[in-house]
Ligand binder design. Sequence first.
Ligand SMILES: NC(=O)c1ccc[n+]([C@@H]2O[C@H](COP(=O)([O-])OP(=O)(O)OC[C@H]3O[C@@H](n4cnc5c(N)ncnc54)[C@H](OP(=O)(O)O)[C@@H]3O)[C@@H](O)[C@H]2O)c1
Length: 413
Amino acid sequence: MKNQEQEPRDAVSPHGQVPKEETKRIFLTGATGFLGTVLLCDLLKRGHTVTALVRAQKGLSAGDRLKNRLLDYDPEFPWDQFSERNLFAVEGDTTQLFFGIGKRLYDEYAASTDVVIHNAACTALETDWKSLEAINIGGTREAIEFASHTHAKALVHVSSAYVAGERTGVVREDELLMTEGFRNGYERSKAIAENEVRDAAASGRIRFLIVRPSIIVGDSRSGYMCPNHHFFDLIFRLLTIRRMIRDKTDDGRFRIPGDPNATKNFIPVDYVAKLISLLLETDEAWGKAFHLTDPAPIRLEMLNLYVRTALDWPDLVWCPKEDIKELSLLERRFFRSIKIYEKYFWQEAFFDQSQLKSVLGVRLPVFDQMSQETVDRMVKFIQAKYAGRDTARKQRSARKKDGKISTVQPLCA
Ligand SMILES: NC(=O)c1ccc[n+]([C@@H]2O[C@H](COP(=O)([O-])OP(=O)(O)OC[C@H]3O[C@@H](n4cnc5c(N)ncnc54)[C@H](OP(=O)(O)O)[C@@H]3O)[C@@H](O)[C@H]2O)c1
């Protein structure tokens, strides 16, 4: 699937250092998440200084949480080189007044910040509206407030291509229409949050740079993904069901409702991180929004081909809506388990990238589009995590049998 004009994959990977006088002091939210970890890594390697706002977790300091995440992503990450020199962790919560860190510390951080990157969000697609509203909308309001207290008032807001909701056709980066409805509360909350950022900029409180990634997938070198991530979850569920039915197929087919001709827009996490770093370092990018998306999105038919090859499952097929009532018990059970993703299997808009191309020009890096190679890499990564989870579960039950205490290790600390 690699585009002929594209340079080799390494075009994405080197971390260009920014000249010292151009490095920035960045305040980042959501650094322990899937994108946040990779973005943090990229920003540090480019020479920026980052203060990360990290939620409390029982038994772990904010610094320990960051360290665990960075080393989980990159076991070679030079933690000692950055910690307390270019990287600072502060325990807080975006939904709280002054981020829950107290006014004095809040003012100190605001005074020493050049750019705020608001990346934290609740990414559960169909969770209760109260949580989505508090974290995605309320949290964004707090990030706007914080940015408005900094000297440059510069806020990078991580939005989503899916603020377009159920729109079809071409969606431009400079528009945010909320007229066509949304697939879920997550999309709606992200659209309202982006609107708040645009309003705050229009009234002169802040300057914005909005990035709208499509579906973020595994790192283009390691396949790294977080287990709470949607694509990880989907493949993980497919792997599980594949193992269950490997030798027990009846008519062989395993159907998932979806349109093979629909496109799906995926983007590797390291590419998104790299683009955010590049954009925030570019003066002309401020005041604009950007689709961080694949300009040639894959069709579901091709995706299925890559997935069934990676899973050695030749009979995995998409089926039309009319077939839903004919699904076998197992197919129906599986379908129910992935129902939150089903709305993404029929159609999507085309995300125009005119602004991105115009602002970055020849500096726009190339990336690995979805291919057999990238899907294989991600599946292998998930299988390795899966094996880890299996082993941990076996160890726990063995310890329980021995009467020893069991400590649950998170899959992605
Ligand atoms: N993943 C995608 O496919 C995708 C696509 C388009 C846009 N995006 C956007 O990209 C951003 C990152 O997504 P992601 O997939 O990396 O998300 P993620 O893995 O779910 O991580 C979310 C991050 O936000 C933090 N967070 C949540 N609530 C918080 C609060 N109240 N206070 C402080 N931190 C809080 C989480 O902290 P904990 O570790 O404490 O939970 C975590 O660090 C989000 O804005 C998302 O909407 C994601």
